[in-house]
Design a protein around this ligand. Structure first.
Ligand SMILES: NC(=O)c1ccc[n+]([C@@H]2O[C@H](COP(=O)([O-])OP(=O)(O)OC[C@H]3O[C@@H](n4cnc5c(N)ncnc54)[C@H](O)[C@@H]3O)[C@@H](O)[C@H]2O)c1
Ligand SMILES: [Zn+2]
Ligand SMILES: [Zn+2]
Length: 366
């Protein structure tokens, strides 16, 4: 066991605290990872606000890269010294989803078996089974995906959650490709990554929607061909208008990604898609949210698909090395997602900045 500094949310809505935690030595199937960088994702804020569940205290942080320090006796997939991105989809290979080949839906993904604790022994709930706003964390070995050690930790660590979720929402879940239009509502780290994914896939037009002009600027830099400030204009009408300019007869976008996680923006996505189009909900709603007044005939009559996207339907061992490769070749600008590098005691300030715009990702660097 060793003691390290870490960021913990002790109670619903209370500011996070930098405290000392106990990290057990890795047992069978586990690894201890020395964290080099961890992005601040909106989901960490959801945890702090009690929007995910009530299992306080949470050890926050889940978008990280680092170096394996030690592994359990039986671990062969990674070794001390390996540079890894942490993932929250270490598939089991045994459940019904895995056995039928749908590994991205694995019902029993692996996390560490032992618990990290506060100094007084209180067990911590690591965010998404990771907990990486910490000098070191304990994870299942399968949560460590080895990637090119030359890559910048603050940039590639973002593939561990938000950037992968956005890229995958457009490409894997939505099926973005050449000849298809894509609109993205909400251009934070996740939404802008969806735009980057649509651009990688060759989609056009790529329409970015946000209420914050700075986010729209960032979206343009990542490949958006059009931007819509939905605090000024009706996004549904604008998306339909822009798509009709490109494709004769289009009445909306082929794929609309919702990256906010609110009923009103999901409804915009629903009505902004063309007939037989696909809506992808990658934003995470809170349990109290409902979509009011949606006529069932509109669901039936428009056809297509209403999907949600957990983690961009990614398979970390397949997707992380491939995306790091594209980054190293200059084809995926992961550096552009890193707005600022911050210290481990700046997480609360980073949450605050999420409400004021201008920041795609604050990344804790250790
Ligand atoms: N599905 C997954 O696997 C997954 C993974 C990571 C994050 N998420 C979720 O994705 C969502 C976005 O995460 P993020 O880190 O990019 O958050 P963020 O706070 O960085 O970005 C949210 C963006 O939405 C914009 N926005 C807010 N209200 C809006 C509105 N009414 N219309 C248009 N835009 C609006 C904000 O201006 C901001 O740019 C969150 O709900 C987060 O929990 C999901
Ligand atoms: Zn499984
Ligand atoms: Zn996240």
């Amino acid at each position: 066991m060793q003691q390290v500094k870490a960021v913990v949310a002790k109670a619903k809505g209370a500011p996070v605290e930098l405290v000392t935690i106990n990290v057990p030595d890795p047992g069978p199937g586990e690894a201890v990872v020395k964290i080099q960088a961890c992005g601040v994702c909106h989901t960490d804020l959801h945890y702090r606000e009690g929007g995910i569940n009530d299992e306080f205290p949470f050890l926050l942080g889940h978008e990280a890269a680092g170096v394996v320090e030690a592994v359990g006796a039986d671990v062969t997939s990674v070794a001390p010294g390996d540079f890894v991105i942490l993932n929250w989809r270490a598939v089991c290979g045994q459940c019904r989803a895995c056995k039928r080949g749908d590994l991205q839906y694995c019902f029993a993904t692996h996390n560490a078996t032992q618990k990290m604790t506060l100094e007084d022994g209180t067990e911590l709930s690591p965010a998404l089974g990771i907990g990486a706003f910490a000098e070191k964390t304990l994870v299942a070995a399968g949560q460590c995906t080895k990637v090119d050690p030359e890559a910048r930790p603050a940039a590639v660590g973002l593939l561990g959650c938000g950037v992968m979720a956005g890229l995958g929402a457009a490409i894997n879940t939505g099926g973005a490709s050449r000849g298809k239009s894509v609109a993205v509502i909400g251009c934070g780290g996740v939404g802008v990554a969806a735009i980057a994914g649509a651009a990688l896939a060759g989609s056009s037009p790529i329409i970015a929607v946000d209420i914050d002009a700075q986010k729209l600027e960032a979206a343009r830099g990542m490949g958006a061909t059009h931007t819509v400030d939905s605090s000024q204009l009706d996004p549904v009408e604008e998306i339909k208008r822009i798509c009709a300019e490109t494709y004769d007869g289009a009445d909306g976008a082929d794929i609309v990604v919702e990256a906010v996680g609110r009923p009103e923006t999901w409804k915009q996505a629903f009505y902004a898609r063309d007939l037989a189009g696909t809506v992808v909900l990658v934003g995470v709603p809170t349990p109290d949210m409902k979509v009011p007044d949606l006529p069932l005939i509109d669901v039936f009559g428009r056809g297509g698909a209403l999907k949600s996207s957990w983690y961009g339907d990614c398979l970390p061992d397949r997707d992380f090395p491939m995306l790091v490769d594209l980054y190293r070749q200059g084809r995926l600008d992961l550096d552009a997602f890193v707005t600022e590098e911050i210290g481990i005691d700046d997480v609360e300030a980073a949450f605050e900045k999420m409400h004021h715009g201008g920041v795609l990702r604050s990344v804790v660097v250790l």
